[in-house]
Design a protein around this ligand. Structure first.
Ligand code: ZN
Length: 350
């Protein structure tokens, strides 16, 4: 575990007041990156320097993830969807093999990392042999900067989509482009995927990178009735207004809880303008300028702020106990676990 990770009294108090007894007994974290240090040893210092998220954590084993889950959510049985660390310089085949091993041991449900240049035959073989629930494509495979103006099909080619469609798998899509979910080209390409490939399930990560409500509101408006065919995960979304908007515009069974560990294990908050967010953080990362040092002792975990914002929004929206259990557990079982199993049975066997 990271040497800086600590759960202090303030965190325990916050958890007891705002989270404990409000979560279902079992929680499915549907967005966890798992990899070993050797999978990322070729990632350059330049790449890390250009991305604040990588500076927070570059590797996390299954055992470390379990330890973080137990420390953060001590009274909850956690299950997880494991994703590789999707970097162009990472050793993707080795990372995939690591995840497939964990699936074989019934420890996780996992998505396979894909590179656009991989041919259909080799992807199909890995997908089926590894019992992966689907694919985790990533824009970094087509462009090195965040929010790059690339097409979804540049990093998620049609020959990969055809496989997901044929085998009824799930694709967890991190959107490219500066306009995020509201970008007209993203909307057009999402529509193309759901129309051409009705056999796959499409989950849009981070509410479509909607860390500000304007992107989600505008994106869902543009999608119109097509939004009903999609799923969204809440990874890294702390903004209460985004959760409220999602619950107003989507069915609860379209929303899946996720944390994006190991990126967000620090203490902090966010502040927002209309279109941007700023991380406020206690821990000393290279990107952290400590703008409000006197406030930092009062920060709790980013993940606690996120979970509280979700619980508050769910309760305010009038969601039932069952719907809350759906968002935090059952929806992910339905969307991912059934797609990852050779013998469908109890979808939450892990
Ligand atoms: Zn992620």
């Amino acid at each position: 575990m990271n040497s800086w990770f600590v759960r202090d009294e303030n965190d325990a108090r916050y958890y007891a007041e705002h989270i404990e007894n409000r979560l279902p007994e079992s929680v499915f974290d549907a967005h966890v990156h798992l990899n070993l240090p050797e999978h990322v040893e070729k990632v350059s210092a330049q790449t890390v320097a250009g991305d604040w998220a990588l500076q927070c954590g570059m590797s996390m084993s299954y055992e470390e993830a379990v330890a973080y889950h137990e420390a953060l959510f001590p009274d909850v049985a956690m299950k997880m969807l494991a994703l590789p660390l999707p970097l162009a310089e990472a050793d993707m085949p080795a990372n995939n093999a690591y995840l497939a091993g964990l699936v074989g041991e019934n420890k996780v449900t996992a998505l396979m990392g894909i590179r656009p240049e991989w041919d259909a035959e080799s992807v199909e073989k890995q997908l089926l042999e590894g019992e992966f629930a689907g694919f985790k494509p990533y824009p970094y495979m087509a462009a090195s900067e965040k929010g790059a103006e690339v097409s979804i099909f540049d990093f998620l080619p049609h020959h990969h989509l055809k496989l997901a469609d044929r085998y009824g798998k799930t694709v967890l899509l991190h959107l490219p482009r500066k306009g995020r979910l509201a970008d007209d080209d993203n909307i057009r390409e999402i529509r193309e995927i759901i129309q051409k490939y009705p056999g796959l399930r499409l989950v849009i990560a981070h509410f479509g990178r909607s860390f500000n409500v304007v992107y989600l509101r505008e994106g869902l408006r543009k999608l119109g009735t097509d939004k009903s065919a999609l799923y969204f995960d809440t990874a890294a979304v702390m903004n209460p207004a985004v959760h409220q908007e999602g619950l107003q515009q989507l069915r609860t069974d379209q929303i899946l809880f996720g944390t994006d560990m190991p990126i967000l294990l620090w203490h902090g908050k966010r502040k927002w303008t209309e279109t941007e967010y700023f991380n406020l953080c206690r821990e000393d990362f290279p990107w952290n300028r400590h703008p409000y040092p006197e406030d930092e002792k009062n920060y709790t975990f980013f993940l606690y702020e996120q979970v509280r914002a979700m619980l508050d929004a769910l309760e305010q929206s009038g969601a039932s106990r069952q719907e809350i259990a759906g968002v935090f557990f059952k929806n992910a079982c339905r969307v991912y676990q059934t797609a990852g199993m050779k013998t469908p049975g109890n979808p939450c066997r892990v």
